[in-house]
Design a protein around this ligand. Sequence first.
Ligand code: 8GT
Length: 318
Amino acid sequence: MPPDRSPPPVHVAAAVLRDARGRVLLARRTAGRDLAGLWEFPGGKVEPGESPIQALERELAEELGIRVRGAKPLIAVPQRYPDKRIVLDVYEVPAFAGTARGLEKQALAWAPPEKLAAYPMPPADRPVVAALTAPSRYLITPEPEGDHVAYLASLEKALAGGVRRVQLRARSLDPARFANLAREVLARCRVRGAELLLNGSPELAAALGTGVHLRAAQLMALSERPLPPQLPVAASCHDAAELAQAERLGLDFVVLGPVRATESHPGAKPLGWDRFRALREQVSLPIYALGGMKPADVATARRNGAQGIAAIRGLWPK
Ligand SMILES: Nc1nc2c([nH]c(=O)n2[C@@H]2O[C@H](COP(=O)(O)OP(=O)(O)OP(=O)(O)O)[C@@H](O)[C@H]2O)c(=O)[nH]1
Protein backbone atom coordinates (compact mmCIF):
# COMPACT_ATOMS: atom_id res chain seq x y z
CA MET A 1 0.00 0.00 0.00
CA PRO A 2 1.34 3.53 -0.82
CA PRO A 3 2.09 5.79 2.16
CA ASP A 4 -0.82 8.00 3.24
CA ARG A 5 0.12 11.60 2.30
CA SER A 6 -3.22 13.15 3.25
CA PRO A 7 -3.13 15.96 5.85
CA PRO A 8 -3.54 14.97 9.50
CA PRO A 9 -7.12 14.82 10.75
CA VAL A 10 -8.85 17.78 12.40
CA HIS A 11 -9.61 16.87 16.02
CA VAL A 12 -13.23 17.74 16.91
CA ALA A 13 -14.64 17.36 20.44
CA ALA A 14 -18.40 16.91 20.87
CA ALA A 15 -20.75 16.19 23.75
CA VAL A 16 -23.70 13.98 24.55
CA LEU A 17 -25.82 16.12 26.89
CA ARG A 18 -29.04 14.69 28.35
CA ASP A 19 -32.07 16.24 29.99
CA ALA A 20 -33.93 14.78 32.98
CA ARG A 21 -35.95 12.52 30.63
CA GLY A 22 -32.82 11.06 29.05
CA ARG A 23 -33.26 12.94 25.78
CA VAL A 24 -30.07 13.94 23.94
CA LEU A 25 -29.29 17.48 22.77
CA LEU A 26 -28.71 18.08 19.05
CA ALA A 27 -27.79 21.37 17.40
CA ARG A 28 -28.47 22.26 13.79
CA ARG A 29 -25.52 23.53 11.72
CA THR A 30 -26.32 27.06 10.54
CA ALA A 31 -26.28 28.28 6.93
CA GLY A 32 -22.89 29.16 5.46
CA ARG A 33 -20.93 26.46 7.35
CA ASP A 34 -19.95 23.11 5.89
CA LEU A 35 -22.67 20.45 6.24
CA ALA A 36 -25.23 23.25 6.89
CA GLY A 37 -28.72 22.12 7.93
CA LEU A 38 -27.52 18.81 9.38
CA TRP A 39 -27.98 18.00 13.08
CA GLU A 40 -24.89 17.38 15.21
CA PHE A 41 -23.67 16.90 18.74
CA PRO A 42 -22.64 20.29 20.19
CA GLY A 43 -18.89 20.92 20.15
CA GLY A 44 -16.14 22.06 17.82
CA LYS A 45 -12.50 21.95 16.85
CA VAL A 46 -9.83 21.37 19.48
CA GLU A 47 -7.49 24.40 19.37
CA PRO A 48 -3.70 24.00 19.60
CA GLY A 49 -2.64 23.52 23.24
CA GLU A 50 -6.13 22.45 24.37
CA SER A 51 -7.19 19.04 25.61
CA PRO A 52 -10.44 17.72 24.08
CA ILE A 53 -12.23 18.33 27.39
CA GLN A 54 -10.97 21.95 27.56
CA ALA A 55 -12.22 22.40 23.99
CA LEU A 56 -15.62 21.04 25.05
CA GLU A 57 -15.77 23.38 28.04
CA ARG A 58 -14.99 26.37 25.81
CA GLU A 59 -17.30 25.39 22.92
CA LEU A 60 -20.30 24.56 25.13
CA ALA A 61 -19.93 27.85 27.02
CA GLU A 62 -19.76 29.80 23.73
CA GLU A 63 -22.47 27.92 21.84
CA LEU A 64 -24.92 26.98 24.60
CA GLY A 65 -24.04 29.05 27.68
CA ILE A 66 -23.56 26.00 29.92
CA ARG A 67 -20.74 24.83 32.22
CA VAL A 68 -19.71 21.23 31.80
CA ARG A 69 -19.31 19.10 34.93
CA GLY A 70 -17.25 16.07 34.01
CA ALA A 71 -16.90 14.16 30.74
CA LYS A 72 -16.46 10.47 29.95
CA PRO A 73 -15.18 9.22 26.56
CA LEU A 74 -17.86 7.55 24.41
CA ILE A 75 -16.28 7.01 20.96
CA ALA A 76 -13.68 8.70 18.72
CA VAL A 77 -14.71 8.35 15.07
CA PRO A 78 -12.12 8.87 12.32
CA GLN A 79 -13.99 10.08 9.22
CA ARG A 80 -12.88 11.15 5.76
CA TYR A 81 -14.87 13.92 4.05
CA PRO A 82 -14.28 15.05 0.43
CA ASP A 83 -12.26 18.08 1.61
CA LYS A 84 -10.78 16.93 4.95
CA ARG A 85 -10.35 14.22 7.55
CA ILE A 86 -11.68 14.57 11.08
CA VAL A 87 -11.67 12.59 14.30
CA LEU A 88 -15.02 13.19 16.02
CA ASP A 89 -14.12 12.65 19.68
CA VAL A 90 -17.38 12.32 21.61
CA TYR A 91 -17.84 12.50 25.39
CA GLU A 92 -20.81 11.75 27.61
CA VAL A 93 -21.32 14.78 29.86
CA PRO A 94 -23.14 13.50 32.95
CA ALA A 95 -24.02 16.94 34.38
CA PHE A 96 -23.83 20.60 33.45
CA ALA A 97 -24.75 23.95 35.00
CA GLY A 98 -27.05 26.43 33.27
CA THR A 99 -29.79 26.12 30.63
CA ALA A 100 -28.71 25.21 27.10
CA ARG A 101 -29.64 27.96 24.61
CA GLY A 102 -28.65 28.42 20.96
CA LEU A 103 -26.34 31.41 21.47
CA GLU A 104 -25.15 31.28 17.85
CA LYS A 105 -28.72 31.26 16.49
CA GLN A 106 -28.52 27.49 15.92
CA ALA A 107 -31.74 25.49 16.38
CA LEU A 108 -31.66 22.97 19.25
CA ALA A 109 -33.62 19.73 19.70
CA TRP A 110 -33.84 17.26 22.58
CA ALA A 111 -34.17 13.85 20.92
CA PRO A 112 -35.07 10.54 22.60
CA PRO A 113 -32.18 8.12 21.89
CA GLU A 114 -34.37 5.84 19.74
CA LYS A 115 -35.26 8.84 17.50
CA LEU A 116 -31.66 10.01 16.96
CA ALA A 117 -31.23 7.97 13.77
CA ALA A 118 -34.15 9.87 12.16
CA TYR A 119 -32.26 13.21 12.25
CA PRO A 120 -30.14 13.96 9.17
CA MET A 121 -26.56 14.08 10.48
CA PRO A 122 -23.01 14.19 9.06
CA PRO A 123 -21.49 10.76 8.23
CA ALA A 124 -19.20 10.78 11.32
CA ASP A 125 -22.25 10.87 13.59
CA ARG A 126 -23.73 7.55 12.51
CA PRO A 127 -21.24 5.49 14.55
CA VAL A 128 -21.88 7.85 17.49
CA VAL A 129 -25.63 7.22 17.38
CA ALA A 130 -24.93 3.47 17.15
CA ALA A 131 -22.59 3.68 20.17
CA LEU A 132 -25.44 5.32 22.12
CA THR A 133 -28.16 2.90 21.08
CA ALA A 134 -26.72 -0.53 20.06
CA PRO A 135 -24.73 -3.21 21.93
CA SER A 136 -20.96 -2.90 22.36
CA ARG A 137 -20.47 -6.69 22.29
CA TYR A 138 -21.38 -8.97 19.36
CA LEU A 139 -21.21 -12.64 20.28
CA ILE A 140 -20.37 -15.08 17.49
CA THR A 141 -21.22 -18.61 18.57
CA PRO A 142 -18.55 -21.34 18.40
CA GLU A 143 -19.16 -24.50 16.32
CA PRO A 144 -21.65 -26.66 18.28
CA GLU A 145 -20.31 -30.08 19.28
CA GLY A 146 -22.20 -33.16 20.49
CA ASP A 147 -25.68 -32.61 21.89
CA HIS A 148 -26.77 -29.02 22.28
CA VAL A 149 -27.54 -29.00 26.00
CA ALA A 150 -24.18 -27.59 27.14
CA TYR A 151 -24.08 -25.27 24.12
CA LEU A 152 -27.50 -23.74 24.87
CA ALA A 153 -26.58 -23.44 28.56
CA SER A 154 -23.50 -21.40 27.58
CA LEU A 155 -25.64 -19.22 25.32
CA GLU A 156 -28.06 -18.57 28.19
CA LYS A 157 -25.14 -17.67 30.42
CA ALA A 158 -23.84 -15.17 27.84
CA LEU A 159 -27.33 -13.62 27.58
CA ALA A 160 -27.63 -13.46 31.37
CA GLY A 161 -24.27 -11.63 31.34
CA GLY A 162 -25.77 -8.88 29.15
CA VAL A 163 -24.97 -9.96 25.57
CA ARG A 164 -27.74 -8.50 23.36
CA ARG A 165 -26.47 -9.19 19.83
CA VAL A 166 -25.74 -12.76 18.72
CA GLN A 167 -24.58 -14.31 15.47
CA LEU A 168 -25.39 -18.01 15.14
CA ARG A 169 -22.46 -19.47 13.21
CA ALA A 170 -22.56 -23.24 12.79
CA ARG A 171 -20.99 -24.14 9.48
CA SER A 172 -20.61 -27.85 10.30
CA LEU A 173 -24.40 -28.38 10.45
CA ASP A 174 -26.54 -29.33 7.46
CA PRO A 175 -29.44 -26.95 6.65
CA ALA A 176 -32.09 -28.92 8.58
CA ARG A 177 -29.97 -29.16 11.75
CA PHE A 178 -28.97 -25.52 11.43
CA ALA A 179 -32.65 -24.50 11.19
CA ASN A 180 -33.50 -26.55 14.31
CA LEU A 181 -30.66 -25.02 16.28
CA ALA A 182 -31.63 -21.54 15.02
CA ARG A 183 -35.15 -22.00 16.49
CA GLU A 184 -33.68 -23.03 19.87
CA VAL A 185 -31.29 -20.08 19.90
CA LEU A 186 -33.98 -17.64 18.75
CA ALA A 187 -36.34 -18.64 21.57
CA ARG A 188 -33.58 -17.92 24.13
CA CYS A 189 -32.61 -14.61 22.51
CA ARG A 190 -36.26 -13.47 22.48
CA VAL A 191 -36.62 -14.08 26.23
CA ARG A 192 -33.72 -11.67 26.84
CA GLY A 193 -34.63 -9.13 24.12
CA ALA A 194 -31.42 -9.95 22.23
CA GLU A 195 -31.03 -9.57 18.46
CA LEU A 196 -30.15 -12.74 16.51
CA LEU A 197 -28.42 -12.89 13.11
CA LEU A 198 -27.99 -16.17 11.25
CA ASN A 199 -24.65 -16.65 9.52
CA GLY A 200 -25.00 -17.11 5.78
CA SER A 201 -28.75 -17.86 5.58
CA PRO A 202 -30.93 -14.98 4.32
CA GLU A 203 -33.84 -17.30 3.39
CA LEU A 204 -34.01 -18.93 6.83
CA ALA A 205 -33.59 -15.50 8.47
CA ALA A 206 -36.58 -14.16 6.49
CA ALA A 207 -38.64 -17.24 7.40
CA LEU A 208 -37.86 -16.99 11.14
CA GLY A 209 -37.90 -13.18 11.32
CA THR A 210 -34.25 -12.89 12.43
CA GLY A 211 -31.35 -10.93 10.96
CA VAL A 212 -28.64 -12.32 8.70
CA HIS A 213 -24.87 -12.09 8.91
CA LEU A 214 -23.36 -12.33 5.41
CA ARG A 215 -20.00 -13.91 4.67
CA ALA A 216 -17.69 -11.61 2.68
CA ALA A 217 -18.17 -13.61 -0.55
CA GLN A 218 -21.98 -13.42 -0.17
CA LEU A 219 -21.75 -9.68 0.45
CA MET A 220 -19.74 -9.14 -2.71
CA ALA A 221 -22.14 -11.23 -4.83
CA LEU A 222 -25.27 -9.27 -3.81
CA SER A 223 -26.72 -6.28 -5.62
CA GLU A 224 -29.23 -5.35 -2.94
CA ARG A 225 -29.96 -5.76 0.75
CA PRO A 226 -31.32 -9.30 1.20
CA LEU A 227 -33.85 -8.51 3.98
CA PRO A 228 -36.37 -5.70 4.63
CA PRO A 229 -35.24 -2.76 6.79
CA GLN A 230 -36.83 -4.08 10.01
CA LEU A 231 -34.57 -7.19 9.96
CA PRO A 232 -30.88 -6.50 10.64
CA VAL A 233 -28.29 -7.28 7.97
CA ALA A 234 -24.58 -7.41 8.83
CA ALA A 235 -21.46 -8.75 7.10
CA SER A 236 -17.87 -9.81 7.64
CA CYS A 237 -15.37 -7.40 6.05
CA HIS A 238 -11.59 -7.48 5.69
CA ASP A 239 -10.77 -4.60 3.32
CA ALA A 240 -11.94 -1.28 1.84
CA ALA A 241 -13.82 -2.88 -1.09
CA GLU A 242 -15.95 -5.04 1.22
CA LEU A 243 -16.68 -2.10 3.52
CA ALA A 244 -17.72 0.06 0.55
CA GLN A 245 -20.05 -2.68 -0.70
CA ALA A 246 -21.60 -3.04 2.79
CA GLU A 247 -22.25 0.70 2.90
CA ARG A 248 -23.65 0.71 -0.66
CA LEU A 249 -26.14 -2.06 0.19
CA GLY A 250 -27.32 -0.19 3.31
CA LEU A 251 -26.18 -2.77 5.84
CA ASP A 252 -26.76 -2.06 9.53
CA PHE A 253 -23.26 -2.89 10.75
CA VAL A 254 -20.22 -5.00 9.94
CA VAL A 255 -17.33 -6.75 11.64
CA LEU A 256 -13.80 -5.90 10.47
CA GLY A 257 -10.73 -7.94 11.20
CA PRO A 258 -8.68 -9.66 12.24
CA VAL A 259 -7.42 -6.75 14.34
CA ARG A 260 -5.17 -9.15 16.28
CA ALA A 261 -3.94 -12.66 15.55
CA THR A 262 -6.56 -15.22 16.53
CA GLU A 263 -6.60 -18.97 17.14
CA SER A 264 -9.72 -19.50 15.00
CA HIS A 265 -8.04 -17.96 11.87
CA PRO A 266 -4.30 -18.64 12.34
CA GLY A 267 -3.31 -17.83 8.72
CA ALA A 268 -4.92 -14.36 8.52
CA LYS A 269 -2.62 -11.31 8.72
CA PRO A 270 -3.69 -8.98 11.57
CA LEU A 271 -4.74 -5.42 10.63
CA GLY A 272 -3.71 -3.70 13.88
CA TRP A 273 -5.52 -0.62 15.15
CA ASP A 274 -3.80 1.88 12.75
CA ARG A 275 -5.09 0.04 9.70
CA PHE A 276 -8.47 -0.48 11.39
CA ARG A 277 -8.80 3.32 11.76
CA ALA A 278 -7.62 3.95 8.19
CA LEU A 279 -10.38 1.63 6.91
CA ARG A 280 -12.95 2.91 9.42
CA GLU A 281 -12.63 6.51 8.19
CA GLN A 282 -13.65 5.60 4.63
CA VAL A 283 -17.21 4.56 5.56
CA SER A 284 -19.73 5.62 8.18
CA LEU A 285 -21.12 2.17 9.06
CA PRO A 286 -20.95 1.00 12.66
CA ILE A 287 -18.02 -1.48 12.78
CA TYR A 288 -17.16 -4.11 15.39
CA ALA A 289 -13.48 -4.98 15.81
CA LEU A 290 -12.91 -8.73 15.40
CA GLY A 291 -9.90 -10.94 16.07
CA GLY A 292 -8.44 -11.69 19.49
CA MET A 293 -10.94 -9.34 21.21
CA LYS A 294 -12.09 -9.62 24.85
CA PRO A 295 -14.63 -7.54 26.82
CA ALA A 296 -11.73 -5.56 28.34
CA ASP A 297 -10.95 -4.30 24.79
CA VAL A 298 -14.26 -2.40 24.37
CA ALA A 299 -12.75 0.91 25.56
CA THR A 300 -9.77 0.58 23.18
CA ALA A 301 -12.11 -0.38 20.35
CA ARG A 302 -14.23 2.74 21.01
CA ARG A 303 -11.09 4.93 21.02
CA ASN A 304 -10.36 3.59 17.54
CA GLY A 305 -13.86 4.31 16.23
CA ALA A 306 -15.36 0.84 16.66
CA GLN A 307 -18.87 0.08 17.89
CA GLY A 308 -17.21 -2.41 20.22
CA ILE A 309 -15.92 -5.94 19.94
CA ALA A 310 -17.07 -9.08 18.15
CA ALA A 311 -15.72 -12.38 19.42
CA ILE A 312 -16.22 -16.12 19.68
CA ARG A 313 -13.90 -17.24 22.47
CA GLY A 314 -13.73 -13.81 24.16
CA LEU A 315 -17.52 -13.71 24.72
CA TRP A 316 -18.45 -17.39 25.11
CA PRO A 317 -18.78 -18.50 28.75
CA LYS A 318 -16.54 -21.45 29.71
N1 8GT B 1 -19.45 19.79 16.58
C1 8GT B 1 -19.61 18.79 15.73
N2 8GT B 1 -18.93 18.75 14.56
C2 8GT B 1 -19.14 17.72 13.74
C3 8GT B 1 -20.04 16.67 14.08
N3 8GT B 1 -20.04 15.76 13.07
C4 8GT B 1 -19.18 16.20 12.12
O1 8GT B 1 -18.92 15.64 11.07
N4 8GT B 1 -18.61 17.40 12.52
C5 8GT B 1 -17.64 18.15 11.73
O2 8GT B 1 -16.55 18.53 12.55
C6 8GT B 1 -16.14 19.88 12.25
C7 8GT B 1 -16.44 20.70 13.49
O3 8GT B 1 -15.90 21.90 13.43
P1 8GT B 1 -16.69 23.19 13.93
O4 8GT B 1 -18.08 22.92 14.30
O5 8GT B 1 -15.78 23.85 14.89
O6 8GT B 1 -16.76 23.91 12.59
P2 8GT B 1 -16.58 25.42 12.26
O7 8GT B 1 -17.91 25.92 11.93
O8 8GT B 1 -15.75 26.11 13.26
O9 8GT B 1 -15.69 25.29 11.00
P3 8GT B 1 -16.07 24.81 9.55
O10 8GT B 1 -17.55 24.75 9.45
O11 8GT B 1 -15.48 25.88 8.71
O12 8GT B 1 -15.40 23.48 9.36
C8 8GT B 1 -16.95 20.34 11.09
O13 8GT B 1 -16.29 20.04 9.89
C9 8GT B 1 -18.21 19.47 11.21
O14 8GT B 1 -18.85 19.30 10.00
C10 8GT B 1 -20.76 16.74 15.31
O15 8GT B 1 -21.57 15.87 15.67
N5 8GT B 1 -20.49 17.81 16.09
